[in-house]
Design a binder for this molecule. Sequence first.
Ligand SMILES: Nc1nc2c(ncn2[C@@H]2O[C@H](COP(=O)(O)OP(=O)(O)OP(=O)(O)O)[C@@H](O)[C@H]2O)c(=O)[nH]1
Ligand SMILES: [Mg+2]
Length: 292
Amino acid sequence: MALKDLFRGRLHEGLASVFAPGRKREEALADLQEQLLLADIAMDEVERLTRAVARQAAGRDGREECLALLRRELLALLPAPRRPFAGDARTVVMLVGVNGSGKTTSAAKLARLCQAQGRSVMLAAADTFRAAGSSQLSLWGERLGVPVVGGDRGVDPGSVVFNAVQAWQGRSLDRLVIDTAGRMQSRENLMRELEKLVRIVARIAPGQPAETWLVLDASTEQNALVQAEKFREFSGINGLFLAKLDGTAKGGAVVSIAARLRLPVLFVGGGEGADDLWEFSPGEFVDALLGP
Ligand SMILES: Nc1nc2c(ncn2[C@@H]2O[C@H](COP(=O)(O)OP(=O)(O)OP(=O)(O)O)[C@@H](O)[C@H]2O)c(=O)[nH]1
Ligand SMILES: [Mg+2]
């Protein structure tokens, strides 16, 4: 399944009338603004997009031409994509985020992807906060046949991370995916703990974690910016994992999030199964947003 089949924006329905031939310019632009807002793109980006289209669309009135303009402007808002798993560099990935955003499921999906790519992978269950935190990932590990390093509830997550990185190195595995406990970005002590986890990884494996991704729930992303700023401060995120895109018809919020954070969206989660993972492609995403 392609990304555009997972997520179907409704933008095209409204756009048909916006770009109808013979429409008054002001009316059309006001409509365009409304349609973009309905797609969940935030006001700042909507204004940028509308301004850009207005500027360039002067003198042109073809629907196709205006759509192409909008498509190009939407693409320009999204940071250039990156392919974190393209090479064969040994990589530690750390997943961080608020409670329930989809970290554990996403860790399993990434492990599955590594397997599909023929890479050896290990999972680290550094969520020792909740009783079920570690066992949830262990279950995934069993199902997928991927080794999991974990710890009982209440164990210092730092020690789990320490053991996991050592085991990963000792066994010369390609990738290690570390699942961390969900935490509110406003809880300073929990954020400090995350900072410590990153330091532990770096001490044992210099240069790692090469990837630290903020897992965002695509359907409840209102405060994604605040989240991202805090997580960036404490754990240096360099990419976004957008989970639960299947649960929203709106997806336009992705545009605002990625544009403002200047962080590339790397993967998209679209279901509760291990195979429900998509590599993010700005082009495909914008096509899905615009619709057929
Ligand atoms: N539909 C859908 N559900 C998802 C997706 N990713 C995760 N979920 C579901 O969302 C819920 C929370 O997912 P988890 O992976 O446990 O989230 P988490 O971030 O690890 O949660 P905490 O560890 O409690 O912070 C579960 O019911 C998952 O099955 C997705 O891409 N699509
Ligand atoms: Mg979890």
